[in-house]
Design a protein around this ligand. Structure first.
Ligand code: NDP
Ligand code: MG
Length: 390
């Protein structure tokens, strides 16, 4: 029986993971499930899956969680430290699907105890790639990608040698505004940005898809995960979202990964790896699809992509600053405090301001230094937004 824990169980990736586990209950022993504000969902899943422990990120929701679990044997806990403690419980496989920076510390704890970490939380690798990879190496834990593009690259690399790789292409749908003018994008609301043409995902990543901040994070994630040179990475807009990534080899051969826009494929691949098992995912009828389109992203419409290459060039703590500034700007956009295009301006200004401090960028990467840098970048981004308002 495989012992598993699911971090971010109440979210979009978490629920898709539970959907797969629920279909084969005799194969899994669920140890920990964690969530945030959605206590009812967390408790219902913990009880159904017979989890050992359910943890909410919010300390002030502990009593609500206890009440929702009353009468069941599931242990209740709350707060950041409790999530990290739950991640330290020995299991075989952990789904890392907390959104944002908050996913880093539990992911590190899971790697330390040697669990296979199925990584949906791309922010971990963007913020602290070196630390995550070092931790995995030290304990011998395996890291498997869950982001659809990275799962696609991983699959296109099976049996290959990295020395033969010339280029990695990850695709982008273009998000909600792919056909909008820049003028219209400037006035876009969070509600408009939170609709996706192809994928059904959480609110924050959907907005990041419209701005291509999601793709910018994924470019950095590609560099970290596959240890390639930034110049070997390419982004193409592919409106159908059926080709998720292409690995181009030295002999001009290209291995493309094709499949429907359903995260259960990438989650299932990481869950069953190295085997392939049947998954309840629609089969593509390519004759019906008919056409696949690709085009280069317009740099004027998607400044986030340019910033990603700047971050990779800087290295060190630049990814942490980039992610923290992006999360802060996204919060402000969701609260209607800044416009859609202002997000990239705030992130760029934060990066420019903090990257002049070489000591900060080159600081030794530990969970503590990453936390300090993350907090500094959030404060700086907030100051920049205040200044803009004033
Ligand atoms: P959701 O917003 O749907 O879910 C996020 C999860 O994290 C929820 O369980 C939420 O709890 C929990 N959470 C929120 N804040 C905190 C916090 N401070 N501490 C601990 N837990 C918290 O996100 P998604 O499922 O869309 O995305 C999860 C991760 O997967 C992200 O890193 C995203 O980039 C990545 N990803 C997602 C894809 C998708 O299809 N959705 C595709 C590829 C990658 P609650 O809801 O109870 O408040
Ligand atoms: Mg993706």
């Amino acid at each position: 029986m495989k012992r598993v824990s699911i971090f971010g169980a109440t979210g979009s990736i978490g629920q898709n993971t539970i959907d797969l586990i629920r279909r084969a209950p005799s194969e899994y022993k669920v140890v920990a499930v964690t969530g945030g504000a959605n206590i009812a969902q967390l408790a219902a899943d913990a009880i159904e899956l017979n989890a050992e422990i359910a943890v909410t990120a919010y300390a002030d929701r502990l009593n609500d969680l206890r009440a929702a679990l009353a009468g069941s044997p599931v242990e209740a806990a709350a707060g950041e430290a409790a999530i990290v403690e739950a991640a330290s419980r020995p299991v075989d496989w952990v789904m890392s699907a907390i959104i944002g920076y908050a996913g880093l510390a539990p992911g590190i704890a899971a790697l330390k105890q040697g669990a296979t970490l199925a990584l949906a939380n791309k922010e971990s690798l963007v913020t602290a790639g070196d630390l995550v990879l070092r931790t995995a190496k030290a304990s011998g834990a395996r890291l498997l990608p869950v982001d659809s593009e990275h799962s696609a690259v991983f699959q296109a690399l099976v049996g290959e040698n990295m020395a033969g790789v010339e280029k990695i292409t990850i695709t982008a749908s273009g998000g909600a505004f792919r056909d909008w003018s820049l003028e219209d994008m400037a006035c876009a609301t969070p509600e408009q940005a939170a609709t996706h043409p192809n994928w059904d995902m959480g609110q924050r990543i959907t907005i990041d898809s419209a701005s291509m901040f999601n793709k910018a994070l994924e470019v950095i994630e590609t560099k970290e995960f596959f240890s390639v040179d930034p110049q070997q990475i390419e982004v193409l807009v592919h409106p159908e979202s059926l080709v998720h990534a292409i690995v181009s080899y030295r002999d001009a051969g290209m291995m493309a990964h094709v499949g429907p826009a359903d995260m259960r494929h990438a989650i299932g691949y990481a869950l069953h790896w190295p085997e392939r098992r049947h998954l309840p995912v629609e089969r593509l009828d390519l004759a019906k699809v008919g056409q696949l389109n690709f085009n280069a992203p317009d740099p004027a419409r998607y400044p986030a992509l340019r910033l990603a290459w700047g971050v990779m060039e800087l290295g060190g703590m630049a990814g942490c600053i980039f992610n923290a500034a992006k999360e802060t700007a996204l919060d402000a956009f969701i609260d209607h405090r800044i416009g859609f295009l202002d997000m990239a301006t705030v992130v760029e200004k934060t990066l420019t301001k903090l990257s002049s401090d070489n000591g900060l960028i080159r600081a030794e990467m530990t969970l503590d230094t990453v936390k300090e840098t993350d907090q500094l970048a959030r404060i700086t981004a907030k100051e920049i937004m205040q200044y803009r308002k004033g």
